[in-house]
Design a protein around this ligand. Structure first.
Ligand SMILES: CC(C)[C@H](C(=O)O)[C@@H](O)C(=O)O
Ligand code: SF4
Length: 473
């Protein structure tokens, strides 16, 4: 029998099980189980491999898909039909690289194509206790399965491609415990925004967040992914939730997850993946789920957020001069008046999609508020499934008809209007109710104004023509 461990946290267990070598002062070389590759951050990594004459260490542990630059209106023409030259070149380069290095690839025309953080879990590539990296900050999404998953830079991606390992500095741990239950019509997205509003965009810097508590356990897998996805917006290195039966049920239905005997053996291990009694987090944040309202951002940072029943803050009331001037800048960019209710703010666009809220559950929540209404005159509303599978599932349920009949546009899968790397963009001063995760200046197009919110809230805004409490629908 091996010597018993002292009590350990969830993330330490996964970490310890992947240490290839200690590099001193807590830094380690970690084995990486799964490397997800997109078209944006991989070109130089492959270029580096080529220059060094190296191969990919474990092509089978790697999977590539183009998601950021793909148009979402029409796929008939394939990659060659991408009009924007830089976008087309990125996708073509990815296709050349995966062919040359023998990496599994989900092509644009595959029914499985989609945002990498949505298709990984769908395929069953996201497993509890595994280490997952991607040259993309929202890799934290996969922590919903009890994986240790983080975004990496391009040179790190090259290192992982070449060695299947990654140098990691020690991380600290933050427990976010959410007691009690979220109210009716309050979602994981609202919880994520509430947390960021509370601890700030730097609140979890250097930490791996472990989410726990009644309201977290009660979330379905889609909600858990939304929550872990936004960990990065609080500055965290990763977000994790201890795997439970909901994870096992999801994986039992996922095509590439272990099956039969292998699944049973894996589950024996997965059940050990929780923080031990007596293991201590570096920080603990306690949230009462009953305090969480449907949230809407008013500024250009996810922490500039408020409940739907609240007002746009008045910078004059902010004592700290730096914070005051920051709030003034944000309000000027957003074209909002201080002291006015956030509800009632007119919108030009609505975007329902992204790796935060582009899953079937999100589309159902958005469709549920339609209730025979139509998108308000002058508003353009996009529904963009996070993957081809989400799209197919929605169509099988008739959600596409509901959306189309109500005046929403029904699109192909991709990052779409989450960020301006493809044709789906806001124009200057256009205001968008968006289910994405970042409201930075210009994020959805130069001069565009983003209000982050949940799918139900974005759909309700599209139907009303202004920001509104979806619970009143
Ligand atoms: C383009 C990519 C590197 C970027 C990220 O790392 O997150 C994008 O996905 C984003 O959401 O801003
Ligand atoms: S959907 Fe948005 S946040 Fe997610 S990977 Fe794409 S651009 Fe990044």
């Amino acid at each position: 029998m091996s010597a018993p461990h002292p009590p350990r946290l969830l993330f330490q267990k996964v970490w310890d099980d992947h240490v290839v070598a200690s590099m001193g002062e807590g830094a380690v070389l970690l084995y990486i189980d799964r490397h997800l590759v997109n078209e944006v951050t991989s070109p130089q990594a492959f270029e580096g491999l080529r220059a060094a004459g190296r191969a990919v260490r474990r092509p089978g542990g790697t999977i590539a898909v183009a998601d950021h630059n793909v148009p979402t209106d029409n796929r008939a023409g394939g990659v060659a039909a991408i009009l924007e030259p830089e976008s087309r070149e990125q996708v073509e380069t990815l296709e050349r690289n995966v062919a040359e290095f023998g990496i599994p690839y989900v092509p644009l025309r595959s029914a499985r194509q989609g945002i990498v953080h949505i298709i990984g879990p769908e395929l069953g590539l996201t497993l509890p206790g595994s280490t997952i990296v991607c040259g993309d900050s929202h890799t934290s999404t996969h922590g919903a399965f009890g994986a240790l998953a983080f975004g990496i830079g391009t040179s790190e991606a090259e290192h992982v491609l070449a060695t299947q390992t990654l140098l990691q500095q020690p991380a600290r741990s933050m427990l976010i415990r959410v007691d009690n239950q979220l109210g009716a019509g309050v979602t994981a997205k609202d919880l994520a925004l509430h947390i960021i509003g509370r601890i700030g965009t730097g609140g979890a810097t250097g930490h791996v967040i472990e989410y726990a508590g009644e309201a977290v356990t009660a979330l379905d897998m889609a909600g858990r992914m939304t929550l872990c996805n936004m960990s990065i917006e609080a500055g965290a290195r990763a977000g994790m939730i201890a795997p439970d039966q909901k994870v096992f049920d999801w994986l039992a239905a996922a095509p590439l997850a272990p099956k039969g005997e292998a699944l049973e053996r894996a589950k024996d291990y997965w059940r050990t993946l929780k923080s031990d009694d007596g293991a201590v987090h570096d920080r603990t944040v306690e949230i009462d789920a009953r305090d969480v309202a449907p949230m809407v951002t008013w500024g250009t940072s996810p922490e500039a957020v408020t409940g739907i029943g609240s007002i746009v803050p008045d910078p004059a009331a902010i004592a700290d001069p730096a914070n005051r001037s920051q709030a003034e800048t944000m309000l000027a960019y957003m074209g909002l008046e201080p002291g006015r209710p956030i509800a009632g703010t007119p919108i030009d666009m609505a975007f329902i999609g992204s790796c935060t809220n582009g899953r079937i559950e999100d589309l159902r929540a958005a469709a549920a508020v339609i209730g025979g209404r139509h998108v308000a005159p002058g508003v353009r509303a996009l529904v963009v499934p996070g993957s081809g599978q989400v799209k197919a599932a929605a169509e099988a349920e008739g959600l596409d008809r509901l959306f189309i009949d109500a005046g929403f546009e029904w699109r192909e899968a991709g990052c779409s209007m989450c960020l301006g790397m493809n044709p789906d963009q806001l124009g200057p001063r256009q205001r968008c109710a968006s289910t994405s995760n970042r409201n930075f200046e210009g994020r959805q197009g130069p001069g565009g104004r983003t209000h982050l919110m949940s799918p139900a809230m974005a759909a309700a805004a599209a139907l009303s023509g202004h920001i509104v409490d979806a619970r009143d629908f």
